[in-house]
Design a protein around this ligand. Structure first.
Ligand SMILES: NC(=O)c1ccc[n+]([C@@H]2O[C@H](COP(=O)([O-])OP(=O)(O)OC[C@H]3O[C@@H](n4cnc5c(N)ncnc54)[C@H](OP(=O)(O)O)[C@@H]3O)[C@@H](O)[C@H]2O)c1
Length: 354
């Protein structure tokens, strides 16, 4: 193993606020050492942003966030520096992610040159995808997979609605649903129809024209949807509360949210109303007669192995929205916070990566 530097460059989350206030680019961050059993050391080539990164910065004060200061972000592609007796060897090209709780507990994040993390959160990168493409695969593909396959139990021949087909979660969800033989209807604004169809959607709905629940109630699919996956994390319960008009009686509404954008009173109130209308309200109090499931992605090794195989087999093509230099991370966060990306926002950690 070549001699490692003692310090590294890393974008460190130091305090609550927008990324421009919360983050500081430091050159004196210690390179992780002392690997525990099952951990490896990775030299990061590229990292990807996820909305959870800036949302936690904006929402959580330091006393509620045990890990700070710590390097930002979850997703990465890189090269194994020390396999530490695991199934990886130095030089292996990998991708994976450090879930939020693990990141806080171990004070590791992917916007750093070196990361110490469990080997079972990584898989070998198929040669058909570049490190830039691979960096953004894991968190959103595991989310889409958990929603559709583990929770939704998707089956060939079913019809599913992916709300937010051009979001990163949505783009992976479309591809996973198609790989499982389902028919996919996806929403986005008109400018993203081509992108959503390229991901594999059979039908497209422009959600900006008519409120989506009204459009679907007037034009229900036949048969009705088996699964609705809300990949936008809506803080508006309407798509669920009106769903008996377009979701089959034994169907399920699955959502990655509702997630407030900040701690303003109006955002929190909308979130509380959504959770009450959709989740807590019993049917005898007028609650909707359809199954509803909110979930937070949890890593599972077997799931990531399956995703790696789907990427290898060409069933999943990782969509990249944009690529930024390491020093331009704040510009990348501006793009993420616009909520207009189609695919993943990638930051080069190694300037020479492609
Ligand atoms: N629960 C979990 O474990 C989990 C995991 C991952 C992500 N999430 C959450 O899931 C959401 C999506 O994450 P992401 O990384 O996929 O986001 P993203 O890629 O940043 O989403 C951007 C996309 O969302 C689309 N969009 C925005 N509002 C929409 C609407 N009302 N209807 C349809 N499309 C809309 C935009 O398309 P247009 O420009 O066409 O509007 C844009 O292409 C976020 O809120 C995130 O926090 C939760």
């Amino acid at each position: 193993m070549s001699v490692l530097p003692e310090t590294q460059r890393a974008w460190i989350v130091e305090r609550r606020g927008l990324p421009s206030k919360a983050l500081r680019l430091r050159s004196d961050w210690e390179v992780p050492s002392k690997l525990k059993e099952g951990q490896v050391l990775v030299k990061v080539q590229a990292a990807a942003l996820n909305p959870v990164g800036y949302k936690l910065m904006k929402i959580l004060p330091n006393f509620a966030h045990s890990g700070r200061p710590l390097p930002a972000e979850q997703d990465l592609a890189g090269v194994i520096v020390d396999g530490n007796g695991t199934h990886f060897s130095a030089g292996d090209q990998v991708f994976g992610f450090i879930p939020v709780e693990l990141s806080q507990a171990t004070r590791q994040g992917s916007l750093a040159q070196y990361v110490r993390m469990p080997a079972d959160h990584l898989v070998l990168r198929p040669p058909s995808v570049s490190p830039i493409e691979a960096a953004g695969i894991t968190l959103v593909s595991e989310t889409a997979y958990e929603g559709l396959i583990d929770i939704g139990k998707i089956e060939a021949g079913q019809t599913v609605l992916i709300n937010g087909g051009s979001s990163a979660v949505g783009a992976y969800a479309i591809q996973i649903a198609k790989a499982k033989g389902a028919k996919v209807v996806a929403t986005a604004s008109a400018k993203n129809e081509t992108f959503v169809r390229k991901m594999g959607a059979d039908e497209f709905i422009d959600y900006t024209k008519t409120p989506l629940h009204e459009y679907l109630a007037a034009n229900p699919p036949s048969p009705k949807f088996h699964i609705i996956l809300d990949a936008v994390a809506l803080i508006d319960p309407s798509l669920y509360t009106y769903s008996p008009a377009y979701l089959a009686p034994n169907g399920i509404f699955i959502t990655t949210g509702p997630m407030p954008k900040d701690t303003s009173g109006s955002e929190l109130w909308k979130t509380v109303k959504t959770v009450f209308a959709a989740y807590l309200r019993p049917t005898w109090l007028g609650g909707t007669k359809r199954k509803y499931k909110i979930f937070m992605v949890k890593h599972r090794k077997s799931r990531l192995d399956d995703i790696q195989k789907m990427v290898s087999d060409g069933l999943i093509v990782p969509p990249v929205d944009s690529v930024y230099e390491f020093d331009d991370a704040l510009k990348a966060y501006d793009r993420q916070m616009s909520a207009r990306a189609t695919g993943k926002i990638i930051i080069k950690v190694d300037p020479n990566v492609s």
